[in-house]
Design a binder for this molecule. Structure first.
Ligand code: SF4
Length: 314
C-alpha cells in the first residue's frame, strides 16, 4: 500500500543553544575529571533525555545543595542559582562548577549594578522558574518585583515611579514581553531599559523560525519538555499564527490521529532538546507517511561559550 504524502517543514534554528551545549559539556567533563558521581543541582537543562543520558554516565540530580554529600563535586544548572547557593557550597568546602548560561549571568550582573545604583527593578518572568529564582537571589529581598503579565504591569503601584529599571527572563515570548514593556514605558517614562534585550538570541531566533513556517502548516510539533520555558513559548507562537501546536518530549508521544487531514506538518525543537530527538520523530513519521522533508532556515547561529577555566583543555 502506498503511504500518504506528508510535507515536513523543519524550522531552523531549532534545538540546542550555546548555553545548553556548554552546560551539558560541563557535566560530562566534570565526570571525566573527578569520576562519578558528580552531583548536579536541578536538571542541568530541562530535558529528560539529556538528564537520563547524564545519569547513565554518573551524574546524580538533586534539587537542593543539602542533598549533596560532603566531598563530591556539584554542578549548578544552566538556569542560574541564587548567590546563597555557591556561598553555602564554599562554606562546606564543596568543589563546585557553575554551568549558568553566560547570558543569564549577564542579567544577574545587570541586576546587581541597577540595585547598587539605587534602582528598583521590575523583572518580567514566570513565577517559580529556576532562572527567576536565581536572578531574584542576586539582589537583596524587596529590590525587585516580578511582573508576569500586561495586567500585572497595569496594576503596579511602585513606591518611587521615577526610580525604576526593568530586566527580563531570557526565555520569554518576544511579543508578550514587548507588550509588558510597552506598559512600563507608558506608565513610567523614566524607566531604565536593559542595554541589550535580555531575551536571548536562541529564544528569539527559535520563535522567529516558527513564525516563518507556522502559517503554512496545519499542525506544528514542538519537541521539548513541559517545564522548558522556551519550548512552551514556541507552542504559543505557532498558536498565535492560527496553527494548532503540540509539545512532545519523544517521538512515541506523537498520536497518529493528530495528523488526520494534515498534509503540511511543521517541526521544531526547544533549546534544550537534542537533534537526535528530531531525527527520531522524522523516522517515526516515515513509518506511515511518504515524508518530503524541507528545512526552512531563517538565520544561522555560530555562537559558542567558553567553558569554566578549570575545565578548559590545557
Ligand atoms: Fe542561554 Fe538562551 Fe540557551 Fe537559556 S536558551 S541556555 S539563556 S542561550
Amino acid at each position: 500500500m502506498t503511504k500518504p504524502a506528508l510535507t515536513l517543514l523543519i524550522a531552523a534554528p531549532r534545538g540546542f543553544c550555546a548555553g545548553v551545549d556548554r552546560a551539558i559539556r560541563i557535566v560530562e567533563l566534570a565526570i571525566e575529571r573527578y569520576g562519578a558521581p558528580v552531583y548536579v543541582r536541578h536538571e542541568i537543562v530541562h530535558n529528560k533525555f539529556v538528564v537520563d543520558n547524564l545519569k547513565a554516565k554518573g551524574a546524580v540530580f538533586v534539587e537542593e545543595l543539602d542533598q549533596v554529600p560532603d566531598g563530591v563535586p556539584v554542578v549548578f544548572s544552566a538556569h542560574g542559582v541564587p548567590k546563597v547557593v555557591p556561598a553555602s557550597a564554599a562554606e562546606r568546602g564543596l568543589e563546585y562548577l557553575d554551568a549558568t548560561c553566560p547570558l543569564v549571568s549577564k542579567v544577574h550582573r545587570q541586576a546587581e549594578r541597577l540595585v547598587a545604583a539605587g534602582k528598583h527593578i521590575l523583572f518580567v518572568g514566570h513565577a517559580g522558574h529556576p532562572e527567576v529564582i536565581g536572578t531574584f537571589g542576586q539582589v537583596p529581598e524587596g529590590s525587585m518585583t516580578l511582573v508576569e503579565t500586561v495586567a500585572d504591569a497595569e496594576a503596579l503601584e511602585p513606591a518611587d515611579p521615577d526610580n525604576l529599571a526593568f530586566l527580563t527572563q531570557t526565555t520569554l515570548s518576544v511579543d508578550d514581553t514587548a507588550a509588558v514593556v510597552g506598559v512600563f514605558t507608558r506608565r513610567f517614562p523614566s524607566i531604565v531599559a536593559p542595554r541589550a534585550d535580555d531575551i536571548c538570541y536562541a529564544t528569539s531566533n527559535r520563535q522567529a523560525a516558527v513564525k516563518a513556517i507556522a502559517a503554512t502548516c496545519e499542525l506544528m510539533l514542538v519537541i521539548g519538555a513541559p517545564n522548558s520555558s522556551n519550548s512552551v513559548r514556541l507552542v504559543e507562537v505557532a498558536e498565535r499564527e492560527g496553527t494548532p501546536a503540540k509539545l512532545i518530549q519523544r517521538a512515541t508521544d506523537l498520536e497518529w490521529d493528530w495528523l488526520e487531514g494534515v498534509t503540511t506538518l511543521g517541526l521544531t525543537a526547544g533549546a534544550s532538546a537534542p537533534e537526535l530527538l528530531v531525527r527520531e520523530l522524522v523516522d517515526r513519521l516515515a513509518t506511515r507517511y511518504e515524508v518530503a522533508e524541507r528545512e526552512v532556515v531563517t538565520t544561522h547561529e555560530d555562537l559558542t561559550f567558553k567553558l569554566p577555566r578549570g575545565l578548559q583543555a590545557a
